[in-house]
Design a protein around this ligand. Sequence first.
Ligand code: HEM
Length: 245
Amino acid sequence: MVSFYFKGDARDITDHLLLLKEELTPESDENAKESLTDTRILQSVLDICIAGTVTSSDTLKWMVMYVAANPKVQTKIHKEIDDLENNLDDLRRCRSKMTYCEAVVREVMRIRPAGPVALRHKTLCDTELGGYDIPKDTIVYANIWAIHHDPKNWESPEVFSPERFLEKDGSLKKLDTKTWLPFGSGKRKCVGEALAMAEIMMFMALFFHRFRVSFPPDVQPNFEPMMFEINATPFPQKISVQKRE
Ligand code: HEM
């Protein structure tokens, strides 16, 4: 077991990992030693900095854009957040009451998944998928974007509609993880899903509690994604942000 005792002032997760490494003794658990080699520490920090930042910030950018372009959605978000009656200090508890906001997050992640083709994987053996033979050692990508925009899976997939994730009584529908998979699927699915959902919901509540967003009248919103190898980012564009009364 790793001991969670820290010397000094740990400023962030890198400090915490380095301090844990300092605590190791020859008698320490072998798993702990293996988890705290310099290479593993560097890799963990890179995972957080790369896998865990652009994905969340892109999702937030798309969210602000779709909300700005859909005033009725924004009105519902504001109502749901206002109904929390300033209990925003306890956002973890509030989340269960933010069903509309969560439907908005799900719809943003469906229509603009931050990792549209997940990460690259390699086949370990000759295999067959959907009638195609795939030899051993082939690099493969999962086309999440296509699954999320397939009319067989989603009615009017190009339309932004958080309501598709809601039951008639306003509760969240059970997710079909075969057709909604912004975090990938299977054993190598995103390890940061729970953290990402928590931080995105927190940002959403705090941001829309204070602000209203819209596209300036002279701006034509551009929802085309800038595609990099593994992420889909919005093009820079002007959005007007007003403080709510
Ligand atoms: C909206 C936010 C996020 C989205 C949409 C997202 C999406 C994804 C996707 C699609 C994959 C690839 C899964 C696959 O290849 O099957 C992935 C992997 C990964 N994600 Fe995330 N992610 C997000 C946030 C985060 C956060 C906050 C962290 C960590 C702090 C994180 C850490 C990772 C790691 C370490 C992997 C690689 C897992 C492995 O290879 O076993 N992600 N993510």
